[in-house]
Design a protein around this ligand. Structure first.
Ligand SMILES: [Mg+2]
Length: 322
């Protein structure tokens, strides 16, 4: 299904559940981030030794978090969503300023590629770095959810341009770009309607693996995934393909360890979009930082209103102020 086809046929999306799925995606992101951060940089063996199975929102970890506290994955998503809402579209300079404001707030964790991109913007004003194969980290994908919601029903070329504007502020790597676009397509597929969505999302993951072997999920089980996007997404997609609920998917991926806050965040928004907000275990939602949960709920609803699917207006995209 193309995004254009979705726009042409408003009956093709299930309006009633759309808000639940968008809010579920946002809260899924935050829940996955907060759950996974506890075991970030641990191996599966270390997790098993310490927790048996890591299954509760207990905080701690190398960042010494409060239970339910989120990290850069959720914070950068909220910064991106806020910038899209303020600019009434996807505008590179607004987004880069929002990222810069976030960095100035002295966040508890910042990825090295993210920091380099923001500092480049701060010193030169440019919102795109040169193509760099070392920009293949997962930092532009962990925060992509607001763009996927705002871009629901957008023309596919417009959607891709918008996704690249936000990504290239910090990460300009063709291999990572294709991985990001697959995540956006999977997300949008889940948001539109749950009917056959799971099968279509798994098929999209396999299609990416055929396009580039780095993303092939039929390889061995990915454990202790690094922050390199193909490693991250193999863990995420493998966990997605072997589970059938929000809880089972998240437990599968965070117990693989490694960059577990980001695998949790990405899988959290995918399964949150697929299964809806009611599928998120209440013991996790109850622990989630209340201000973050409220911001996630509000942004999901406002970004939906901005989307071409709901507003009937095409998404505005520009690197510079329009
Ligand atoms: Mg993080």
């Amino acid at each position: 299904m193309s995004a254009l086809a979705m726009k042409a046929d408003p009956q093709a999306f299930e309006q009633d559940g759309l808000t639940s799925r968008a809010v579920g995606a946002y809260l899924g992101l935050a829940v996955g981030d907060a759950l996974g951060a506890t075991v970030e940089f641990m191996t599966p063996r270390e997790i098993q030794h310490q927790y048996g199975e890591h299954r509760d929102m207990i905080g701690g970890g190398w960042l010494n978090l409060r239970p339910g506290q989120v990290t850069d994955d959720t914070q950068m998503s909220l910064a991106l969503g806020d910038a899209i809402l303020r600019a009434d579209g996807v505008e590179g300079v607004s987004i880069a300023k929002a990222f810069d404001d976030w960095l100035k707030s002295k966040p508890i964790d910042v990825g090295s590629t993210v920091r380099r991109g923001i500092v480049r913007f701060r010193t030169s004003g440019t919102v795109q770095g040169p193509v760099d194969d070392y920009d293949g980290g997962n930092g532009a994908v962990m925060r992509v959810l607001p763009l996927a919601i705002a871009g629901l029903g957008a023309d596919p070329k417009t959607l891709e341009a918008a996704a690249l504007v936000q990504a290239h502020i910090t990460h300009n790597c063709p291999l990572a770009d294709v991985g990001m676009m697959t995540v956006v397509q999977m997300l949008q597929r889940a948001l539109i309607t749950p009917t056959n969505a799971y099968q279509d999302m798994v098929a999209l993951a396999h299609r990416l693996g055929r396009y580039d072997k780095a993303y092939d999920i039929t390889k061995k089980r990915e454990e202790n995934p690094s922050g390199f996007l193909p490693d991250t997404l193999r863990a995420v997609f493998q966990a997605f393909a072997r589970t059938d609920s929000f809880e089972a998917a998240l437990l599968d991926v965070v117990n693989r360890g490694g960059d577990a806050d980001t695998t949790g965040a990405i899988l959290g928004f995918l399964v949150g979009a697929l299964y809806g907000v009611d599928a998120i275990p209440s013991r996790w939602l109850a622990k989630l930082d209340r201000n973050v949960a409220d911001a996630c709920d509000a942004q999901a609803r406002l970004l939906l209103q901005l989307s071409p699917l709901v507003s009937g207006r095409e998404l505005k995209v520009s690197q510079n102020p329009i």
